[in-house]
Design a protein around this ligand. Sequence first.
Ligand code: HEC
Length: 154
Amino acid sequence: MSRSKNVLITVGAILLLLQLFQPKRNTDLHISENELSAMYDMPGDVKAILQTSCYDCHSNSTRYPWYSYVQPFGWWLSHHIREGKAKLNFSEFGNYAPRRQQSKLKAMAESIKSDDMPLRTYTVLHRNAKLTSLEKKLVTTWIESTSDSLAKSR
Ligand code: HEC
């Protein structure tokens, strides 16, 4: 057997072995009262945009794409979910103090305007998660008015 064939077989075997280690899934179907859309009046189109573009990494329920079942891609997504949720979790938004909610809303609008979010590596595989300028406008307008009413209610 040639050397390159040996290498291929070894790499193939390692990839197969990796499949045995599937990451834990982030799928809590319970919608809590602390969920962002349950706390504030959120129009359907804004909700749909956030769900498509942000919820996979910033909520307790990820819609797992096919590639997440293939390692190491699943680990890569898992890592983003862990990091993303630690910084901002829409499912637990109500647990944040009002001041923190305010600063998270501000950070959301900024990340959308500057195209920092959704992560670029993610939109390569999730083309529909990329926001059009109209979608950006819809979401940031909602964020700003929510943030204003939050400021007034304090
Ligand atoms: C593929 C996963 C992924 C998606 C999708 C995603 N994010 Fe993130 N987000 C992250 C990760 C990871 C971090 C933490 C690291 C960083 O700041 O780059 C983060 C950080 C953030 C932060 C910073 C929070 C803070 O307090 O520092 C904001 C705001 C944010 N994301 C908003 C959004 C919004 C809004 C969307 C949708 C338009 C979105 N993200 C989509 C993974 C994601």
